[in-house]
Design a protein around this ligand. Structure first.
Ligand code: S3P
Length: 199
């Protein structure tokens, strides 16, 4: 069963057998501020899977913040580290929170689809603006006032929406906390979304 196009994930009945049967990664994708790093650990616990945040993995490996990597080496160098971090993640079936730009990189959507299930945490610009508490740590937003930040987010979202929307499952996160979002994902996975359908 697929996610309903453009709408909430379809809810399906238990049993939850399909959730644990799939051994591919669960990739959380979506814009900065959509809640990937907040939803991720809660989802991982609910599914009994490990959790990995690729931005954290990149920082640990580089010994620098994302902002420092962008400033010192540029975005292309960051994207290359990001690609390596993604390749290194997920083979243990982890729930993996990806940086907002990952899925939009060339060939990435196909690569992630080969290795697991992509879940798009979809948020409206108002929600993103509200939830991004530390814009200065995000190089693509740093140094911008609120209005410019919103315009930049909207432009990035417009560029990326098609790649995000190619995800196997789309979950709207506006006005919902991480537990509500996780519940919807668990139900959708149980119903077979992104797992090649019910058998
Ligand atoms: C980026 C999003 C960030 C981080 C980097 C670039 C983007 O991750 O990877 O600042 O291109 O949207 P979050 O989505 O976790 O903020």
């Amino acid at each position: 069963m697929a996610a309903s196009p453009g709408g909430h994930a379809r809810r399906g009945p238990p049993p939850y057998t399909l959730v644990m049967r799939g051994d591919g990664a669960i990739w959380l994708v979506g814009m900065m501020g959509a809640g990937k790093s907040t939803v991720g650990p809660v989802l991982a616990r609910a599914l009994g899977r490990p959790f990995c945040d690729t931005d954290d993995a990149i920082c640990q490996r580089a010994g620098r913040s994302i902002r420092e990597i962008f400033e010192q080496d540029g975005e292309a160098a960051f994207r290359s580290l990001e690609r390596e971090a993604i390749e290194a993640a997920g083979s243990d079936g982890a729930v993996v929170a990806l940086g907002g730009g990952a899925l939009a990189q060339p060939g990435m959507a196909e690569r992630l689809a080969e290795r697991g299930t992509r879940i798009y945490l979809r948020a409206q610009p108002d929600t993103l603006i509200e939830r991004i508490r530390n814009p200065e740590s995000r190089p693509l937003l740093a140094g911008l006032g609120r209005a410019e930040r919103r315009a930049r987010l909207e432009a990035l979202l417009a560029e990326r929406e098609a790649s995000y929307a190619s995800a196997e499952l789309i979950v709207d996160v506006d006005a919902r906390d991480e537990h509500e979002v996780v519940q919807e994902i668990v139900e959708a996975l149980a119903a077979g979304a992104g797992q090649g359908g019910n058998e």
